[in-house]
Ligand binder design. Structure first.
Ligand code: MET
Length: 519
């Protein structure tokens, strides 16, 4: 199938302010979004996966000033650091957008003009509280003065400063009913439900018009027709999702193919921007709305020692170095239901690495493949008639694809992995019960059948686990004699491993965690 015959699927991460260094929270979002993108590619979709950096705004301008460099120098340097983090995490984005990219200025100014032409932008004066950390405006009732005499945002605990300047406003107040109608018509527009409900109640309490330009600094996209103003950073930031698919050229093949986005994956701290402001801007500009905003929770290091020397690991690359890339990807997606908050610590990671990966998956593969190498001439054996036990396990494995699809379509990664690992658990029990090492002496045909069934389950599990653990599953699929290409696409789940397929000498795929201190 050519790309244009496939169903398009457009997925995005939030774009990060490149004013610091990537941390585990970024890694978590990139990994989840990447797993989703890989899943859809393997399932035959034409995927567009956008990620990048959010380079304007006061926060960036202030960080640059502190460092004594220009904002552009700062973002040029740091964008590379974020790209390197994507690389280290195996993120297969199609475009890394930087909001200083030229085409993004054009897109931001184009959407501004559309909103203006629709009568939704007017010039007035802004007076209120602004948090540079959050790049967000807060109502007085959303702030509190603490014992230190400083005023903070109640929600995010960041300092706010009084801002009074001429500003353009977006008529957000006019969108309350339209947004509520949207939420009603598209009940899965925001997910998970509990986080979406918070957004809905916020809108129900009433919306004020939004200040969308600044005059006190110039690090931003100039407002069309008034170069004293730059756009409020969130106006241009959200527009990145349009730039990524060719906006303002709405007739381009790319735009027609990929807009509206299928899923925006974001953190819970920015749900208001994505589920309220963004659809309002799009409605104003006469553009279609994204199908889903998936709001994930935060991961906390619950305080248990993470690294041998420092007692804490926060850089994604260190994590990967310590545990292995696929192990980290698996852990994050398996451990915490996506959407919920969760925690991670060294013991939990090692636990999953050793029990789920090394024991349940790796050992089963290693034991069955070595038996095949020794007793079946190094090729997939020919099975005899299947018993009920064989059929039961094959049916369970065969049912995993539908199950995984249903879970991934809602970004319920942990649920998909749980189901896959339940089948692995049952296959381990099956293998122990059937005891092919005993059959070797008593009933070779039966041994062949048991090994065949086991390899077949491993094949299906390896195919389905690819989005989460691309490297190890590729090695396992090599060991199972499955070439790259169609044999590894989800469509291949419906086939059976072919008897007689020659197999290379098996090598362990999932190592146990070795404590460097004890090595
Ligand atoms: N830079 C924002 C943040 O990190 C996200 C922008 S997504 C359009 O909070």
């Amino acid at each position: 199938m050519t790309a244009s015959e496939k169903t398009p699927f457009y997925i995005t991460t939030a774009i990060t302010y490149p004013n610091g260094v990537p941390h585990i929270g970024h890694a978590y979002e990139y990994i989840a979004t990447d797993a989703m993108a890989r899943f859809k590619r393997l399932d035959g979709y034409d995927v567009m996966f956008l990620t990048g950096t959010d380079e304007h705004g006061m926060k960036i301008a202030q960080t640059a000033e502190k460092e004594g460099i220009t904002p552009k120098e700062l973002v040029d340097r740091n964008a590379e650091i974020y790209k390197a983090a994507h690389e280290a995490l195996g993120i297969t984005y199609d475009r890394f957008i930087r909001t200083t990219d030229e085409d993004h200025y054009a897109a931001s100014q184009a959407i501004w003009k559309k909103m203006e032409a629709n009568g939704d932008i007017y010039l007035d004066k802004y007076e209120g509280w602004y948090s540079v950390r959050d790049e967000a405006f807060y109502g007085e009732d959303e702030t509190v003065v603490k014992d230190d005499g400083v005023r903070y945002s109640k929600e995010t605990d960041t300092e706010v400063t009084w801002t009074a300047e001429e500003s353009y406003f977006f008529r957000l107040s006019a969108y309350q009913d339209k947004l509520l109608a949207l939420y009603e018509a598209q009940p899965e527009f925001g997910a998970p439900q509990s986080r979406f409900n918070e957004v809905i109640s916020f809108v129900k309490r009433g919306l004020e018009d939004l200040s969308i330009s600044r005059t006190t600094f110039d690090w931003g996209v100039p407002v069309p027709g008034n170069s004293n103003h730059v756009m409020y950073v969130w106006v241009d930031a959200l527009t990145n999702y349009l730039t990524g698919v060719g906006y303002p050229d709405v007739d381009s093949e790319k735009f027609r193919r990929f807009w509206p986005a299928d899923v925006h994956v974001i953190g819970k701290d920015i749900s208001r921007f994505h589920a309220i402001y963004w659809p309002a801007f799009l409605l104003s500009a006469g553009l279609e709305l994204p199908k889903r905003v998936m709001i994930h929770g935060f991961l906390h290091n619950n305080g248990v020692k993470m690294s041998k020397s420092l007692g804490n690991v926060v850089a994604p690359a260190d994590f990967v170095e310590q545990y292995g890339l696929d192990q980290v990807r698996f852990f994050f997606l398996r451990e915490v239901p996506f959407g919920a908050d969760g925690s991670y610590n060294h013991e939990a990671i090692v636990g999953r690495m050793n029990s789920d990966l090394a024991n349940n998956f790796g050992n089963l593969a290693q034991r069955s493949l070595s038996m095949v190498a020794k007793n079946c001439g190094g090729a997939v054996p020919t099975p005899g008639a299947f018993t009920d036990a064989d059929t039961a396990i094959l049916e369970q494995a065969g049912g995993l694809l539908d199950n995984a699809r249903a879970a991934f379509d809602k970004q319920e990664f942990s649920r998909a992995l749980e189901a896959i690992w339940a089948v692995l658990g049952d296959t381990n029990a099956y293998f122990a019960e059937q005891a092919p090492w005993v059959l070797r002496k008593t009933d070779v045909e039966r041994m062949n059948t048991v090994l065949y069934v086991t390899l077949e389950v491993l094949r299906i599990v390896a195919i389905l686990a690819q989005p989460v653990m691309p490297g190890s599953t590729a090695r396992l699929l090599d060991a199972l004699g499955q070439p790259e290409g169609d044999a590894r696409q989800f469509g291949a789940v419906a086939t059976r491993i072919a008897a007689g397929t020659p197999l290379p000498a098996p090598a362990p795929v999932f190592p146990k965690y070795e404590d460097p201190a004890e090595a």
